[in-house]
Design a protein around this ligand. Structure first.
Ligand code: PAF
Length: 280
C-alpha cells in the first residue's frame, strides 16, 4: 500500500494506474471499523485498484459540532487499510484540501433539507463539496458509500446525476455489531450504559420492518410505533424519526413504493443515526 498526503502525489499515482486498471474510491473520515472495511471488500471485488481517502472534512461540521474531537487514529487506520487490501491511501491535511477559503459551493437542493440536513444545516453542502473534490482528484470509475448514511447516498447520487460525474456510486449495506448496533466511529463516545440503551435504535427499526413486511402500510402508524419503543429508553433523546420515500425523501402517508425509516437519536452528547429501507 502506498500512502500519500499531497494532491500532487495522489494524481501521479492514479494517473499512471488509470491507464490500464479500473479505480475505486472509498472516501472516509477515518477511525476505521468493519463498516469501512466492508466498503473496501466490495471495492476490491469490483475494481483493480482501490483508493481510500481519510480526511475529517471541516466543511461538513457545523459550529459546536464534534470536528475537533472527532475520533482520529491514523496509525491504526493505516494498518487496517493495508490489511484490508487498500492500494493507495490518501490522508491530506486541511490545508492541502482547502489551501485558501473557497468561493464555490455544491448544493443539492430539496433532499438535503430533510432528516440530518434539517438538524445539521450546511452539512450536506460540505459533504458534496469534499466528495466533488475527491472525485475530481481521483477520477474513480466506482465510489463506495455505506447505507447507514442513506441520505448521504441519495445526495451523492443526485449530485453525480446532475453534474454528470463519470463515476458509478455503489451503495453498500449497513454493517452491525452482533447485537444489532450499527457500526459508527462515534460509538466510541458511548458509556457502557448508553451503549446498552442504544440497541433500541436497531430494535425499533427491526420492529418497523417486520410490521411493514407483515402488511402495515400506514407511515404514521409505523413511525409512531418506532417513537414509542425509543421513548422507553430513559437515556434516548430523539432528534428525528421520519418515514419518507427513498431516494426522493418526500413525505408519504401510504407506503406503496420504496421508503426509508430513518432516525437520529442522542445518548448524552453522542448523536447516532440508523435507518431501514422498506421495500417489498
Ligand atoms: O461518510 C463520511 O464519512 C463522509 O461524509 C465522507 C463521505 C467521507 C465525506 O467527508
Amino acid at each position: 500500500m502506498i500512502t500519500v498526503t499531497s494532491i500532487k502525489e495522489l494524481k501521479e499515482v492514479v494517473n499512471k494506474v488509470r491507464k490500464n486498471s479500473t479505480v475505486g474510491l472509498v472516501p472516509t473520515m477515518g477511525f476505521l471499523h468493519e463498516g469501512h472495511m466492508s466498503l473496501v471488500k466490495q471495492a476490491k471485488e469490483t475494481v483493480d485498484f482501490v483508493v481510500m481517502s481519510i480526511f475529517v472534512n471541516p466543511t461538513q461540521f457545523g459550529p459546536g459540532e464534534d470536528f475537533e474531537k472527532y475520533p482520529r487514529d491514523l496509525a491504526r487506520d493505516e494498518q487496517l487499510a493495508r490489511e484490508g487490501g487498500v492500494d493507495l491511501l490518501f490522508t491530506p491535511t486541511v490545508e492541502e484540501m482547502y489551501p485558501k477559503p473557497g468561493r464555490t459551493t455544491v448544493h443539492v437542493s430539496g433532499i438535503t433539507e430533510k432528516l440530518c440536513g434539517a438538524s445539521r444545516p450546511g452539512h450536506f453542502d460540505g459533504v458534496s463539496l469534499v466528495v466533488s473534490k475527491l472525485f475530481h482528484l481521483v477520477q474513480p470509475d466506482y465510489a463506495f458509500f455505506g447505507l447507514k448514511d442513506a441520505q448521504q447516498v441519495a445526495v451523492i447520487e443526485q449530485m453525480v446525476q446532475d453534474l454528470n460525474f463519470p463515476v458509478t456510486i455503489v451503495p453498500c449495506e449497513i454493517v452491525r455489531e452482533a447485537d444489532g448496533l450499527a457500526l459508527s466511529s462515534r460509538n466510541v463516545y458511548l458509556s457502557p450504559e448508553q451503549r446498552k440503551e442504544a440497541l433500541i435504535l436497531s430494535q425499533s427499526l427491526k420492529h418497523v420492518k417486520e410490521r411493514f413486511l407483515n402488511g402495515e402500510r400506514n407511515a404514521e402508524v409505523l413511525r409512531q410505533e418506532a417513537i414509542t419503543l425509543i421513548e422507553e429508553s430513559p437515556l434516548a433523546q430523539i432528534d428525528y424519526v421520519s418515514l419518507l420515500s427513498y431516494p426522493e425523501l418526500e413525505t408519504v402517508s401510504y407506503i406503496d413504493s420504496p421508503a426509508i425509516i430513518a432516525l437520529a437519536v442522542r445518548f448524552g452528547n453522542t448523536r447516532l443515526i440508523d435507518n431501514a429501507l422498506l421495500k417489498n
